[in-house]
Write a protein that binds this ligand. Structure first.
Ligand code: PEP
Length: 254
């Protein structure tokens, strides 16, 4: 069975103490994740070690970074490399979140370099893709998302891409309270899987988790996660409230 994943993206939120309390409260709810389920917390760099310690011994709960730099090392003040994350045993890293594409000018080509560095360092990328409202309204969302995927991922050999996690996050749904309908989400997820299948074959595409992101909340998680090609969510705002994120984890298909 394909992995089902509830991933939290804290972005630039929470003090260390607030973050610790949040994780504590989520863990206290005592959800036992099944073999095919996992929950990932993408937290600010300074908290990675603390959260990793908090999650030690919790089955299928993992920590993630929200980004890494596209160069191996060097004179890039304030940046963090994939090798640094690997040296802390960080297993996952978000790559290509729309906020980084927008505010840090991360192009598809730069993201391909970040993806390579993740794999060189045994870090599983959570690769984000998704179109703007303008692109959706013009009806070219499929071509746009296919281009993001082909340009940043299709140089990868099958042994690597088969371990990736993809997050489809329509920009118009991120932090807006506006969620894609289940039809819109399923349609795009199925399309992404077909793009992967055309290049790498059905068996590989069928095993790649594709998460939905964009105003996932406790009251829409069940119906979104019930879509055949939606394998969980990447959650911003609602991941900052223990009760909400706990409910979202519980919505993962059993
Ligand atoms: C995100 O930033 O990845 C996200 C999906 O945010 P939100 O859930 O707040 O829309």
């Amino acid at each position: 069975m394909r992995k089902k994943i509830a991933a939290a993206n804290w972005k630039m939120n929470c003090t260390l103490q607030e973050g610790e309390k949040l994780i504590d409260e989520i863990l206290k709810s005592g959800i036992v994740l099944q073999e095919h389920q996992c929950s990932i917390f993408a937290v600010p760099y300074p908290y990675l070690i603390n959260v990793q310690h908090q999650l030690t011994g919790q089955k299928n709960y993992f920590v993630a970074a929200q980004n890494c730099h596209q160069q191996k090392s060097g004179a890039y003040t304030g940046e963090v490399s994939a090798a640094m994350l690997a040296s802390m045993q960080i297993p996952y890293c978000i790559i290509g979140h729309s906020e980084r594409r927008m505010y840090n000018n991360e192009t598809n080509a730069i993201l391909a370099e970040k993806i390579n560095l993740c794999y060189d360092n045994n870090i599983t990328p959570i690769f984000c893709c998704g179109e703007s409202l303008e692109t959706r309204e013009s009806g070219s969302q499929n071509d746009f998302v296919a281009k993001q995927i082909t340009a940043s991922l299709f140089h990868l050999p099958v042994e690597k891409i088969k371990t990736i996690i993809i997050a489809y996050e329509p920009i118009w749904a991120i932090g807006t309270g506006k969620t894609a309908s289940t039809e819109q989400a399923q349609e795009m997820h199925q399309y992404i899987r077909s793009v992967l299948s055309d290049k790498y074959g059905k068996a590989v595409a069928d095993d790649i988790p594709i998460l939905y992101g964009g105003s996932v909340k406790p009251d829409n998680a069940n119906e979104l996660f019930a879509c055949a090609d939606v394998d969980g969510g990447l959650v911003g705002g609602a991941s900052l409230k223990a009760n909400d994120f706990t409910a979202i984890i519980k919505a993962l298909p059993g």
